[in-house]
Each structure stands twice: as C-alpha cells, then as structure tokens.
Design a protein around this ligand. Structure first.
Ligand code: URA
Length: 270
C-alpha cells in the first residue's frame, strides 16, 4: 500500500503542476481525506507531451464507463444585477475588450483575446487567459493546449466551430503567470456578459482559475470536478485545464469523465 505521506506529496505536486505555489488545507480532515483518496495519482515519471492528433487518440485508455451521480447545488445569486455592459452584444463586447485599459495587463498585450464562436453556442468553454500564441493572434486556445482542447471537444461530438471559447482574463498575463485577483475582477464583467448573451446550455470551466472565477469558491480543483454546478442557473462542469493535461497525462481519464458529464447535459440527460 502506498504511504499516505507519499500520496499527499503527489497531490501537492499536482497542485504545483497546475500553477499553484501555495495551498492551505481547510481542515486537518481534508489532508487525511486526500491521503486516503484513490484519485490522488502520481504525475508520470517523465510525462512528456500528449500527442494531439485526433479525438480517438485523446480518448485512448479512457473507457466509456457509466458516470457518477450528479449533485446540483443551489443556484448562485444574480450576478447580472446592475451590469453596466447589459445592453452590449458580442461584437460590441469585442470592441470594448480590444480597447480595454481596466487593468495593468493592457500595457503588455499585443492583442486582446475576447473569445470566439457562435453567438448562441450550446457549449461554452472558459479557460484562464491567453498565452503567447493567443496574444499574437488575438484568438483563444490556438497553441498546444488549444490543439488538445480541439480533440477533447471532438471526442464529445462538439467540434470546435460549434463551441464558444472564452477566457477569464482577455489579455495575456506576462510569462503565462496566473492572473491576479484584481485583473480577474476587472475582466469578469466581460465574461459574465458573454455568458448572458450566449446563454449556453452548458459551461465547461477548465482549470482552477475558471472554476473559482465563475463559482466564487475556493478549493482544490479535485473538489469541484466530477459534479454539476450552476452559474446563474446554467449547468457548469469543472475539469482540468488542457495545459495541465499536457504536463500530466494521468489527468486525461478524470477529464474524460468530466466532459462526458457535459455531453450528457448537452444531450438533455441529467
Ligand atoms: N490557456 C488558456 O487558458 N486560454 C487560452 O486561450 C490559451 C491557453
């Protein structure tokens, strides 16, 4: 049997791989629970890149087993009350975002990345923020993480052109660091308005930043995934960020479980 301390160390390595440099346990019980958790998996010894060459490749090793029960917490409060962007459509939001100077990130950007996709997409993906390629092109998820995202979407029969893809922050944090609280707070109204316009049937929040920005909760991603939350009544599923999957292929299987929940919701199942 694996030493519980080793399990805990692996878990903290996973957090680190997700970009977190500190982690506070909410209780002693949480640490004990984590040490006993079968979901705490070691990162591969030499993870290497995941090849993103098609949905089938991505799904390999991820058997189509029945999903878990779905827990639907109480809907969040009305975040749109008093929204100053309330009359803006997606094109107008794009213009405002490209001209935005509400936080320091505007000084660093080549291009802002408002997001892209059909105005009434059934599925909306929310990532963290643009990387170098996205900053160059002004489009979301066009780098290696984007290739993997395309495969994930294809695997649940939602090809990328049918999905609206956005980020929590619309300008690249320098050096791909995590966006800071003030940057997120300055940018969130754009995302909220995008969601209000698009009214997706399902939101897929990829990574801790997206999950925490939309759910206003704090906690490890492992405690937020594998269930259905609600954002203003819209079902929201949390899963790992594609960039994290590139670093740690062990998370492909739980990600597959999560996106299958999204697929079931899109199909009208609960
Ligand atoms: N990572 C993100 O979170 N968003 C992008 O657009 C690209 C990489």
């Amino acid at each position: 049997m694996t030493d519980p301390r080793e399990l805990l160390a692996r878990y903290l390595e996973q957090r680190w791989a997700l970009g977190e440099t500190s982690y506070t346990f909410s209780s002693e019980g949480e640490a004990v629970e984590l040490m006993a958790s079968p979901n705490t998996q070691a990162p591969a010894q030499q993870p290497g890149p995941v090849r993103a060459d098609g949905a089938e490749q991505w799904r390999k090793g991820a058997p189509d087993i029945p999903g878990p029960g779905i827990d639907i917490p109480v809907p969040s409060t009305d975040l749109f009350v008093g929204d100053p962007l309330a009359d803006k459509d997606l094109d107008q939001l794009g213009e405002l975002i490209r001209a935005c100077d509400q936080c320091a990130l505007c000084g660093e950007r080549t291009n802002a990345v408002p997001g892209e996709g059909p105005a009434h997409a059934d599925l909306m993906v929310v990532g963290e923020g643009p990387g170098a390629k996205e900053d160059q092109q002004g489009r979301p998820f066009v780098g290696r993480a984007g290739e993997l995202l395309n495969d994930i979407l294809a695997a649940i029969d939602c090809p990328r052109p049918t999905v609206f893809i956005a980020n929590v922050v619309k300008c690249r944090p320098p050096g791909n660091r995590n966006p800071e609280g003030e940057e997120i707070a300055a940018c969130l109204p754009y995302l909220y308005r995008q969601i209000a316009v698009i009214q997706p049937k399902v939101i897929l929040a990829m990574g801790t930043v997206a999950a925490q920005a939309l759910l206003e909760v704090r906690g490890p991603l492992s405690s937020m995934r594998n269930k259905v939350h609600r954002f203003r009544g819209i079902p929201l599923v949390v899963t790992y960020h594609p960039a994290a999957l590139l670093r740690n292929p062990n998370w492909k299987k739980p990600t597959w479980d999560d996106v299958r929940i999204a697929r079931r919701l899109l199909a009208g199942e609960r």
